[in-house]
Design a protein around this ligand. Structure first.
Ligand code: PGA
Length: 259
């Protein structure tokens, strides 16, 4: 079982889907379905939907967040969005370093680290993504890659900041492919991540860090993944776009799983 002492979070990442009216309608439909859920529910929505989504979610168990931000406080950065703006629009968390940002937009650990520190300064909870590619896994380099991403993207953080952090392990080969990591593979990676955090920031902090698994999470595999001791939650892409499948994942405990 995932630790009962740690917070558990089911997070949806909508990527570049849903207008603000679609986002509001989704949340209105979802709310009655998840009213008895034990886990916290996070929705990372497109920038243009944050304000509307946060209004509908206000006072409920749903937290609304963003999928990216820029690291500067303010300035001449055409097209960019600051942490302060996200906060003012109603976001309470922000996904940073998603593999699509790393791969398609060239984001480095150093850049992600600057964003993490800015988000914390502005009172936004960072949800930092790390994960290896298929080639890296096949070459036996998974742990080396995870350790490098962790130390690069989290350097200079204090133990109390690490304790408040959410880290998502998202193997790139499992994202959007329908091929999820087995619970054993995911648990081994999560254990390794927690050990790395513990080595650097101490076990008190590392025991509090919420570790999510992401990559082809579906209603059918959610409960088996959540049964692992170091998997504290899930980061869901495709299956978070439909109210029914997302609600089923939120209620993973009551699902009979098949894989
Ligand atoms: P997926 O995406 O669930 O569609 O694989 C996960 C993610 O990219 O966060």
């Amino acid at each position: 079982m995932a630790s009962q002492t740690r917070e558990q979070i089911i997070a949806g990442n909508w990527k570049m889907y849903k207008t603000s009216s679609e986002a509001s309608a989704f949340i209105r439909e979802l709310l009655p379905l998840i009213k008895d859920a034990a886990d916290a529910v996070y929705l990372a929505v497109p920038f243009t939907s944050i304000e509307a989504a946060a209004k509908v979610a206000s006072g409920t168990s749903i937290s609304v967040g963003a999928q990216n931000m820029y690291d500067a406080e303010a300035g001449a950065f055409t097209g960019e969005i600051s942490a302060h703006m996200l906060k003012a629009a109603g976001a309470s968390f922000v996904i940073l370093g998603h593999s699509e940002r790393r791969q398609l937009f060239g984001e480095t650990d150093a850049f992600i680290n600057r964003k993490v520190r800015r988000a914390l300064q502005e009172g936004l909870r960072p949800l930092v993504c790390i994960g290896e590619s298929l080639t890296q896994r096949d070459e036996g380099r998974t742990e080396e890659v995870l350790a490098q991403q962790l130390s690069g993207s989290l350097c200079d953080l204090s133990a109390s900041q690490i304790a408040r952090l959410v880290v998502a392990y998202e193997p790139i080969w499992a994202i959007g492919t329908g091929r999820h990591a087995t619970p054993q593979i995911a648990q081994a990676a999560h254990r390794f991540i927690r050990d790395c955090l513990s080595e650097r920031w101490g076990s008190q902090a590392a025991d509090k860090t919420v570790l999510l698994y992401g990559g082809s999470v579906k209603p059918i595999n959610a409960s088996n993944l959540m049964a692992e001791p170091d998997i504290d939650g899930l980061l869901v892409g495709g299956a978070a776009l439909e109210v029914d499948s997302f609600a089923q994942i939120v209620y993973h405990d009551s699902l009979v799983s098949g894989s």
